[in-house]
Write a protein of this length. Structure first.
Length: 328
């Protein structure tokens, strides 16, 4: 059993991370590469980043020792349905020296497994986008939101950025002087907080600054909202409260009233110590007072744990999880 190794990969749009573990939880190696999401970057480039991270994790490990692996990524279903994309990942796996099988799971399941070993529960993710999923027997069951910036992702980083700009434009239309948040947004978008003699000129410049970029770039304004809310700025505080309510509502679409299974919080907006994370915890605690609230951890390690738990040598998956993710 001490010779057996499992590999986990957490593949995101901006980075790919890999971890090699023994079945006792010893970390033998880690690797990191660029974004490897095939939906964002194409299958060939994504596979190349996966291979780079994989080689880093296996630098000091004989690939023949690896008995199983798991790849977690957003859009897993699309990869599995695309023969060319799956072939590219198969080649990367083989080029890394691996001959064992690997499983592909959605990033929501991997995030859930990084927060708890419980087979049933809920995962809520809020970063650039937002999605909620119900987990049953460590498989994704029902899903809410995750509809993308155009149709959903309410309460996400994109949503916060877009709503902050909307409120700025409303203030400018009404002839009001923007508050602290509006000033910060204006400076970020057009380089100055000065209002033109004709306020409509500032409105037009703001709109042009937004529309010249991909819409999802509005998510980069979210930290300005969080910072302003921390300082007590009224508009930012209202946006944080509204975002928390939206995220809790998406959980409520699929999570039964009175459920006592864990809720895991994932994504940059909820894993950091932010005012939004605090507000979301308060909302979830009010709606599901008996449910443990957990925070997502190392996705690559969670992917490796998912690979390990299906091996016959692992008789106590929960103990292995506790070793990998000790409770603070």
């Amino acid at each position: 059993m001490s010779d057996t190794v499992v590999v986990g990969l957490d593949v995101g749009g901006t980075s790919t991370r890999a971890t090699a573990l023994t079945l006792s939880g010893e970390r033998l190696g880690t690797g990191r590469a660029g974004g490897g999401n095939p939906t964002s970057h194409g299958a060939e480039r994504a596979a190349a980043e996966l291979l780079s991270a994989l080689r880093g994790a296996l630098a000091d490990v004989d690939p023949a020792r690896v008995a199983a692996g798991t790849i977690g990524l957003a859009g897993a279903a699309r990869l599995l349905a695309d023969p060319a994309g799956r072939a590219a990942f198969d080649r990367a796996w083989h080029d890394g020296g691996l001959r064992c099988p690997y499983a592909v799971h959605g990033d929501a399941l991997v995030a859930y497994a990084s927060g708890t070993a419980a087979p049933d529960g809920t995962i809520l993710i809020a970063g650039t986008g937002a999605i909620t999923a119900q987990v049953r027997d460590l498989r994704l069951d029902r899903v809410a939101d995750g509809h993308g910036w155009l149709l959903g992702d309410t309460g996400s980083g994109f949503w916060l950025g877009r709503e902050a700009v909307r409120r700025l434009l409303a203030d400018l239309d009404a002839g009001h002087t923007p508050g602290t948040l509006g000033t910060a947004i204006l400076t970020e978008l057009v380089g100055s907080a000065d209002i033109a003699p004709r306020p409509r000129d500032t409105v037009d410049a703001t709109v042009q600054a937004v529309t010249r970029q991909p819409p999802i770039e509005l998510a980069r304004l979210a930290p300005l909202v969080v910072t302003a809310a921390t300082d007590g700025e009224p508009v930012a505080t209202a946006l944080i409260t509204e975002a928390a309510a939206h995220l809790a509502e998406s959980v409520g679409r699929i999570r039964p009233t009175g459920a006592q299974t864990p809720v895991v919080l994932g994504g940059g907006l909820l894993t950091a110590d932010t005012l939004l994370a605090t507000a979301v915890r308060a909302e979830l605690g009010r709606r599901w007072p008996d449910a443990p609230l957990r925070t997502a951890g190392d996705g690559a390690a969670a992917a490796a744990w998912l690979a390990a738990r299906d091996l016959p040598e692992v008789t106590d998956p929960s103990a292995l999880h506790a070793h990998l993710f000790p409770t603070p």
